[in-house]
Ligand binder design. Structure first.
Ligand code: SF4
Length: 340
């Protein structure tokens, strides 16, 4: 397999998550002595997928083992824009998979042109995912990105129309695969063939496919005109409560959450904590009226170590004040009504 010293027959760009499917796609192309530059995406939604088969795996060890380059790219605001307003709709939750694929492929296409590479490829498997990978969708993404003929799916290639590199003989179609559907049997066989170990289990780590995260995101989009990256980062931590259209409360579930909350806190967010007992860190964001401060204090008390006591002391920290409130812990039924 190690053909590092041989002259490469061509150069290809991979959309690469580090998951099993995109790794196998890279190995199938490398096997044909083609140089691979792998592009790994990051977003504010916990996913850096090239093929949706996993999320967040470190791409470097496998790249080093098999001899290909990895480039990391953060999709930043471009990705936020398609999440807010996807042209091709969403999946079951907030996941705008088709637009996401188009965006990633466009970025890959730009890199392909910049590096004068021959083609681009992904770890997509025909029929593996309900929305983004059925044949129509594959064709649509090709049309929208102008990549017709240049986009190869090595794992399902034999089930699809031959692409330019196959027609020109750069890629030997016979050495590509004809995998379809959700079974991972053939992928596991291939992993063994290539000596690939420790690949991540299939799971969509994309937060946009998570029902609870999607609820929070919908709530944020419905109530916030200008969404900052800190707002998005805060969606991943703690319990969230909507007090009114301008105001929300975020309560840490554990120590790591409490620390994260303080990292993403902005100066105008008020912080609440129960005094001298085990306490969550709470943020009050929005309308910081006395009434909302008391509600946030009661929610904080409910998740403190003294949640069963009739009253709990909770301090509030803002830029210029530091009062303490003596409040009863909020009732679970009331909390359920405002939980996002
Ligand atoms: S699940 Fe959909 S939105 Fe999330 S990374 Fe994959 S294709 Fe993109």
């Amino acid at each position: 397999m190690d053909k590092n010293n041989e002259k490469k027959r061509g150069h290809a760009i991979a959309l690469f998550s580090g998951g099993l499917d995109s790794t196998l796609a890279v190995l199938l192309v490398l096997r044909q002595n083609i140089e691979v530059t792998a592009l790994t995406f990051m977003t504010h939604f916990g996913c850096d997928l090239g093929d949706c088969s996993s999320c967040g795996s470190n791409p470097y060890p496998v790249a080093e083992k098999y001899g290909f380059n990895v480039k990391l790219m953060h999709l930043g605001q471009k990705f936020v824009d398609i999440v807010k307003n996807p042209k091709h709709g969403r999946g079951k939750n907030m996941n705008p998979c088709t637009d996401c694929r188009i965006l990633m492929l466009n970025e890959g296409k730009e890199l392909m042109e910049m590096l004068n590479a021959d083609f681009i490829f992904t770890g997509e498997v025909l029929g593996q995912r309900p929305m983004s990978q059925v044949k129509d969708r594959l064709n649509l993404t090709e049309r929208e990105t102008g990549l017709s003929g240049k986009l190869v799916r090595p794992l399902s290639a034999k089930l699809l129309k031959p692409t330019d590199p196959e027609l020109s003989g750069l890629l030997d179609r016979d050495q590509l695969e004809d995998i379809s559907g959700r079974s991972r049997k053939r992928q596991i066989e291939l992993a063994e063939e290539f000596g690939l170990q420790d690949y991540p289990a299939p799971a969509s780590g994309c937060l946009l496919t998570d029902e609870n995260y999607s609820k929070r995101l919908r709530d944020l989009l419905a109530h916030t005109e200008h969404i900052g990256f800190d707002d998005l980062n805060l969606l991943r931590v703690g319990r969230h409560f909507r007090l009114d259209k301008n105001t929300k409360v975020i309560v840490g579930r554990n120590e790591p959450d409490n620390l994260q909350i303080m990292v993403y806190r902005r100066p105008h967010h008020f912080v609440l904590e129960a005094v001298e007992i085990g306490s969550p860190t709470t943020l009050l964001i929005g309308d910081t009226s006395e009434d909302n401060i008391k509600k946030a204090a009661m929610i904080t008390a409910r998740y403190s170590a003294d949640k069963k006591k009739p009253s709990v002391k909770v301090t509030l920290t803002s830029d210029d004040t530091n009062p303490t409130y003596d409040v009863p812990p909020a009732d679970d039924k009331d909390i359920a009504l405002v939980r996002v």
